[in-house]
Design a protein around this ligand. Structure first.
Ligand code: URA
Length: 194
């Protein structure tokens, strides 16, 4: 992206704050942030494929995300894709509160650097990262929330959409919420487009 992002990425890659995760990870998945990204997606944590590739959302959930983004006219390459945790939890278990707390400064700094107009929180871990540890997705999803100056739209994780299948409620909700988030972006800045 740019020099501050690269410096931050190097610090994230060197992080060993969670000793269990640092010992079991293959690669740290820093996340991706194309210059000028106006939309950010925040997931939970890398899975097996992401851990092996060092990139976020490269597995089945990522493929679904790419399809849904394309449906609403957005290229994945224009979107910042980040996670609450940068290291894979063993067996894809849910991140522990201490791990989320250890990793929190990285995502805070990433969001400050990217400064997206809208951030979509994918699933409960990301939603709770923004809205608090007791939040339920049902209570908050599909609406815009302002949190510490950030515009956040919570929705289902693509893995939930895959689990419940093509006729399931999570896929319809995720599709609708991504479309809603894109409408909130407003027109792009012609100067930024060069
Ligand atoms: N699930 C996530 O939450 N993040 C990824 O990067 C991949 C799958």
């Amino acid at each position: 992206m740019n020099a501050p992002w690269e410096a931050l990425a190097a610090a994230v890659r060197a992080c060993v704050s969670c000793s269990e995760l640092a010992a079991s990870r293959t690669l740290v998945v820093v996340g991706e942030a194309p210059p000028g990204a106006r939309l950010a997606l925040v997931g939970e944590a890398p899975g097996a494929q992401e851990d092996a590739a060092g990139r976020p959302f490269v597995g089945r959930a990522g493929a679904l995300l790419d399809t849904l983004l394309a449906e609403v006219g957005v290229q994945r390459a224009d979107v910042a894709v980040l996670n609450v945790l940068k290291c894979r939890p063993p067996s894809n278990r849910v991140p522990r509160p201490a791990e989320v707390a250890n990793c929190r400064p990285w995502l805070e700094q990433q969001l400050d650097l990217v400064a997206p107009r809208v951030t979509v929180a994918l699933g409960l871990s990301a939603t709770r990262w923004f809205l608090g540890r007791t939040t339920t997705l049902g209570a908050v999803r599909g609406r815009l929330h302002e949190v510490s100056g950030r515009q956040v739209v919570p929705t289902y994780h693509p893995s939930a959409a895959l689990r419940f299948g093509p006729e399931g409620a999570p896929l319809a909700a995720l599709r609708g919420d991504l479309g809603y988030a894109v409408t909130l972006l407003g027109p792009s800045d012609p100067l930024a487009a060069g």
